[in-house]
Design a protein around this ligand. Structure first.
Ligand SMILES: C[S@@+](CC[C@H](N)C(=O)[O-])C[C@H]1O[C@@H](n2cnc3c(N)ncnc32)[C@H](O)[C@@H]1O
Length: 339
């Protein structure tokens, strides 16, 4: 069974969780934790034992489905989920017709055989939606996303597929492990800056994109399967029309970041960022300088900065070998500052 961390995701804080957890528990107090750019959701998952209420947000459709599958409030029948798993594991692609997914992604991101099965399962989940509870629907769909991601012919994102002669058939439909968390989680799919104006919390964890690489473009295959509107796809990477393009990946990132920080109604702000501002590859360069972050945060209160060496995700090339991850902790309304 998949746990929430069993996926490849650019900028995931999975490997830094012990450090982040220690910094937060030593420096902050409160009941409500707001994960403003939750990504995989691993930070919220780790923090759930320390806080009575967790607010998760990310503007990707696939992430919202995944949070609802793992932490949603609705009921699900484990037998129903298990029956679907058995049905999907016994499929044979030779008996299936071509479908939207196999025609677009077969022999590219997945083998022809696997792509037929993935497309069939997605269509079947849609067909059965009215017979499923909302939570069952989220669990079955998130399980498909995790199972696909595990075998995708990529380096970890869908900006390109690996050009190889023959892709092995490796897909197996496996379930995620849903949790029963009652009402603990509140889940949003909104633009961070719009949502910040509506939320009141004790701690905001702010982990925005660092560079010009747009998450909606990197994970377009997962978004496509989640939405299942079967759009026309373009280019060699087979992407749909652009949606959810983030200002944090653009030139105006410093202003958008300033606006977010200004509008957060919290006692503590935790920001994670890295130091790739001068990276050789322009798409890896930071959109906001560390100085800018420090200045913006210091206007809200005393800000401390912590750093750690970290090997970041980068498609196999060493673009930058002095990679550091930084954590800023701001005590809102507290005057002064030390580093
Ligand atoms: C660095 S990742 C977060 C990683 C996360 N902390 C983890 O450990 O997996 C940044 C996330 O911000 C999301 N994002 C980017 N711009 C956004 C916006 N304007 N509003 C909401 N989410 C946004 C992206 O989809 C991506 O998942």
């Amino acid at each position: 069974m998949f746990s929430i961390s069993n996926r490849r995701y650019t900028g995931s804080k999975y490997k830094l969780l012990d450090w982040i957890e220690e910094l937060i528990t030593e420096n902050c107090e409160g009941e409500t934790f707001f994960d403003v750019f939750a990504g995989t959701g691993v930070v919220s998952d780790r923090m759930k034992k320390h806080f009575s209420h967790i607010i998760m947000n990310d503007f990707l459709y696939s992430n919202e489905i995944i949070y609802n599958a793992f932490f949603g409030t609705g009921q699900y029948n484990p037998d129903t989920i298990k029956q679907h798993e058995q049905k999907y594991q016994s499929l044979h692609a030779k008996k299936l017709n071509k479908n939207y997914f196999s025609e677009n992604f077969g022999a590219k991101y997945f083998s022809e055989y696997d792509a037929k099965i993935i497309g069939y399962i997605r269509e079947d989940i849609k067909r059965n939606k009215k017979l499923l509870s909302d939570r069952e629907y989220f669990i079955l769909l998130a399980s498909l996303l995790y199972s696909m991601d595990k075998v995708a012919n990529t380096v970890g994102h869908y900006d390109a597929y690996r050009k190889i002669d023959s892709i092995n058939d490796r897909f197996k439909y496996e379930l995620i492990k849903p949790e029963n968390c009652g009402e603990k989680f509140e889940i949003y799919r909104e633009d961070s800056n719009t949502l910040a104006r509506k939320i009141h919390a004790d701690i905001a964890f702010v982990d925005p994109p660092y560079n010009s690489r747009q998450y909606s473009r990197f994970y377009h295959v997962l978004e496509n399967v989640t939405l299942w509107k079967k759009p026309k796809l373009e280019g060699t990477a087979l992407k749909p029309k652009a949606e959810n393009m983030s200002d944090y990946c653009r030139k105006n990132a410093p202003e958008v970041f300033g606006d977010l920080i200004d509008n957060l109604d919290v006692k503590y702000i935790i920001v994670t960022y890295n130091n790739t501002f001068n990276s050789k590859s322009s798409s890896s360069q930071n959109k906001i300088t560390l100085e800018e972050i420090k200045n913006i945060l210091s206007s809200k209160g005393e800000t401390m900065v912590y750093e750690k060496k970290h090997q970041c995700f980068n498609a196999g090339k060493t673009e930058f070998d002095d990679h550091k991850e930084l954590v800023f902790i701001t005590k809102v309304g507290v005057k002064g500052g030390k580093e």
